[in-house]
Design a protein around this ligand. Sequence first.
Ligand code: GLA
Length: 389
Amino acid sequence: MTLTELAAHVAAEFQKKYGRPPRWIVAAPGRVNVIGEHTDYNDGFVLPMAIERYAIMAADVSAVPGKISIHDTQFAETATIDISAPVAKGTPKWSNYIRGVIAGFQNRGVKIPALDVAMNSTVPIGGGLSSSAALEVCTATLVETATGKAIDPVEKALLAQTAEHEFAGVPCGIMDQFISALGREGSLLLLDCRSRKTELVPMDDPSVALLIVNTNVKHELSGGEYAARRAECEAAAKILGVASLRDANFEMLEPAKNKMSEVVYRRAWHVIGEIARTVDAAKNIRASDWIGAGKLMYASHNSLRDDYEVSCDELDAVVEIAESIGNKGGIYGCRMTGGGFGGCAVALVKTENVEDITKKIAADYKTKTGIEATIFVSRPAAGATVIKG
Ligand code: GLA
């Protein structure tokens, strides 16, 4: 579904539920990270792009004071949030992403009107494509539109990140909310997570495409494992005497090897290498050096699998299939993307081979794992947008 079709759909759902057309329609995209994994909370670089999958909300001021009603049209479930007092965690579970953002605006002293909302999302849930960041940034965009007060997009991303920390309990970095708020059509975003400066890296050559392969597996461990990785990185930085692993390099790491556990050493090894790979991959992409960028993607995957230990058999299977197809079959590189433990892989491919590659990956993945993958191409999309406002 295109964004225009999705907007028409959610407007019709709003009309059905509330008996009038919506006054506002806003959307925010999910993302795929091309390279730079588990580097954002180490003050490093990431290179994500917004994808053509969105959380979308149609809304109007409500006649019921002090309440926001959100109807999820996909699962036919309605959440009611009391905004007459400071918003706290509540049910249903998905409403916490929305609650967290509303609480963030309340903390900034913003007076939020009572709202009727219909929402939908085409970002696969739990697929590692940041469905939660899309929902958070979409909510923030709705509040901005309904109050007529836009905030700085960087502040907006940070507000959404705080919602994820405090209302979803995930100590995530800044990448997902950032790209959902600041993505640009036709470009990847090279984000320096320390200075929060961004650089657009054009990715509009029609001869190459990014293929997203959803393994359709989600390993439930991910929450605790994520926090554990973050703590291991902090431990490594402390031993090395630096503020974060962004300030470390391999020359510093080697002599400190006997001062840290083998696991902490390997975590630091991954992060130091991955930060460098991300900067190099951005250079390769700018120069249309697809082979060079692809090699870095494979190297990233190997490091995430062996040293950072956040891959899983199904993600490894996709990358092995991609390697077997190789440059000859039109695949330059492939890697797991996002937090890991399931979710999606991303492959840099020749556009002319997309159909053959899709068939081959789907068939081989089914043979290897018994699972049906979901495979699609996305062009770099724009970040949060007001469609009607
Ligand atoms: C999740 C987090 C991000 C980032 C990635 C790993 O998507 O939300 O902040 O840390 O994992 O790169």
